[in-house]
Structure formats: C-alpha cells, structure tokens
Write a protein that binds this ligand. Sequence first.
Ligand SMILES: NC(=O)c1ccc[n+]([C@@H]2O[C@H](COP(=O)([O-])OP(=O)(O)OC[C@H]3O[C@@H](n4cnc5c(N)ncnc54)[C@H](O)[C@@H]3O)[C@@H](O)[C@H]2O)c1
Ligand SMILES: [Zn+2]
Ligand SMILES: [Zn+2]
Length: 358
Amino acid sequence: MNTVMEKMRATVFRGVNDIRVEEVARPRPGVGEAVIRVTLTTICGTDLHIVRGEYPVKPGLIIGHEPVGVVEEQGAGVTGYEIGDRVLVGAITPCGQCHACLSGHLSQCGHGQGYEAIGGWRFGNTINGAQAEYLLVPSAQANLASIPDGLTDEQVVLLSDIASTGFGGAESGGIRIGDSVVVFAQGPIGLCATAGAKLMGAALIIAVDGYENRLAMARRMGADVVLDYRQVDVVAEVKRVTGGGADVSIEALGTQQTFENALRSLRPGGTLSSLGVYSGKLQIPYDAFAAGLGDHQIVTTLCPGGKERMRRLMEVVRSHRVDFTPLLTHTVSLDEITEGYRIFGGQLDGVLKVAVKP
Ligand SMILES: NC(=O)c1ccc[n+]([C@@H]2O[C@H](COP(=O)([O-])OP(=O)(O)OC[C@H]3O[C@@H](n4cnc5c(N)ncnc54)[C@H](O)[C@@H]3O)[C@@H](O)[C@H]2O)c1
Ligand SMILES: [Zn+2]
Ligand SMILES: [Zn+2]
C-alpha cells in the first residue's frame, strides 16, 4: 500500500465569505465507510448560509453535500458494491442503526446515541463534504445508492438534496388528490416542491416568487397559477382562486414574511409544510393562527436521505415522471467554484443550480 499521503483538491471553508480551493489529504475509508471519486456535485442555498456566516461550521471544513460519484475504495463490512460502481449519495446520511433511524426519523439520526436534531446532516456540516475530488461516505451500506444504467449524473444530482427536500415538503404536507396547494418561493427547493405537489395529485398549484424566469420554470414544473409577490397581494389572490384558502401551503424560503403568508393562505384545517431554514425569531400572529383554534397543522421537514430514498427518486426520473435537468443552468469546474458561488449567491444570469465537475 502507498504510504505517501495522497492529495486531492477541495473547497475549504476558511471563514465568513472566505472559501478556497485547496490541496488537502485524500480520505481513506474505515470500517463501514467508503470513499467515492466525485464526478458531479452542486452548490446549495444552505452552502450560501454557511459562507455568509448565517449557519456556523468549523473553519477548515470541506463544504458541499450533493454528491454523485464512483466507488473508489471500500472499508471492511461494506458489501454488494464493486470499485467503479456509479453511486448517488443523499445529502443526509442516516446510519440506519440508531434510536432515531430505527424509529423512522432518519434525518434526525443520532449516530448511535439516540436523537440529535439535524444529526443526519453530516456532509459539509459536521464532517467533510462533497465539493472535492474525493468524499468519505459514512455508514456506506445505508447510503451508497447504485445509479441505474441509462441515467446520467446530471439527471440524478439534484435528487440528493433539493428534489428530496421539495418532494418531502409535499409529502409532509399530506397532499391529497384534488388539493389546492400554494408554494412560497420558487428557488430550487420551491420548484421541486411544486413538482412534488403535481406528482401527488394536487388539482391546483399556485407558485409564488419575484423572478420571471423562476415563475416560468414553476409552470414547467407543474404550477397552474403563478404570482409575483412584488406585484400582487398574494394572500388575497390565493384566497380568491382557491375559494377561501389552500388545503396545503409549502414554505420554501425561511423568512417571517413567507411563513406568515403561508399560514394566512391556508383554509381552516389546512397544513403548512415548512422547508426553509430560518434564523432569529419566528413569530406566529394570533389572527393568522385563528387564536390557536383553526385546526391547522404546521410540519417541518429535513431532506430525507439514505439509499432507499435515493433509489425511489431515481425511479421517478427513470419513469419520466419528472425531469430536473432544466434546473442545471450553469456548469463550472472545481477550480472555478468560487465563480459558481458568486453567480449562485447573487442570483445572477438567470441561475437556478450550478453543476460542479471536480
Ligand atoms: N429543509 C431542508 O432540508 C432544506 C434543504 C435544502 C435547503 N433548505 C432551505 O430552503 C430554502 C430555499 O432554498 P433555495 O436554494 O431554493 O433558495 P433560493 O435563495 O435559491 O431561492 C429563494 C427564492 O425566494 C424568492 N423570494 C424572496 N422573497 C420572497 C417572498 N416574499 N415571497 C416569495 N418568494 C420570495 C426569491 O425570489 C428566490 O427565487 C433556504 O432557506 C435553504 O437553506 C432547506
Ligand atoms: Zn442543501
Ligand atoms: Zn442513525
């Protein structure tokens, strides 16, 4: 075995508004782990929260959490994969064995010590992430999802996080066939929630954003009505077109305003499904809440992960129920990733998602 430490290039968080592509040690797998060579990844809105210092991570951490790659090396105890197999790995990597996982709350995986809030989110959060040439995958047996022949990296990369999250918001909202659904914000997450509402059988989908290109994409993903929040009174308009309020509203931004609008847009008995990452204080006005007597449900969802979730999402793509490749508007190499962050962070040039090729 080669004893010289092998190197790789990776995107390292050094401090607020300071990320750099650096040469670092290449990971080696321990028991139950695998190392993949990353062939495609992307940049998430949550990475922007990290870079801007709104979500703290340790300086020196490799960021990114949306990996597609090939198996490069496997640790002891990982079975059923060959070196070179193409795999998709979810952004959330449950261990499959802890109290939280075995209670069905995979995203809140506690790594063996019971529950841990957002414990299943490890890549680019508590362990090194995917915006690199190689990635160490923990609990590999539960997290390496083989990519079926015929699906390209581009067709599956967005399933790791944004599609799983957006669909998760639609699923947690309990959408029923024939429901009316409003989705607040049509960034990548909201667009996937719109697609999820369509797949779940909503009869009327209202999409809200302020960018024309995003509203146009919302129509492509299944929205029947699009509303520009800068132009219209969104709540009044939702109440008008739904005849009194939506059955389900999905929040896909993480602000007081969108949360409140999502609540105000609901009919009594409706469900608010929240996906945004909030900061500071979130307040619920008593009138929007019907003083606590509106039979509302408010649910939150952290992106579902694990290889079974990824398998299902790949089947949805393979069966042509949905196609997310139009969301990949830009492509950069790993060495150009800071430019990718600039475009994505500034919402420049009609960007939706930036593909990164290590
Ligand atoms: N729950 C999860 O597991 C999970 C996973 C990934 C990301 N997230 C979070 O989801 C959120 C959205 O991510 P994204 O990448 O889609 O964001 P984004 O920043 O790309 O998009 C946000 C969109 O919101 C629109 N917007 C702004 N103000 C609005 C308003 N008042 N009403 C309606 N729309 C408005 C903007 O025009 C923009 O298109 C972020 O907070 C991100 O951290 C959550
Ligand atoms: Zn993400
Ligand atoms: Zn677990």
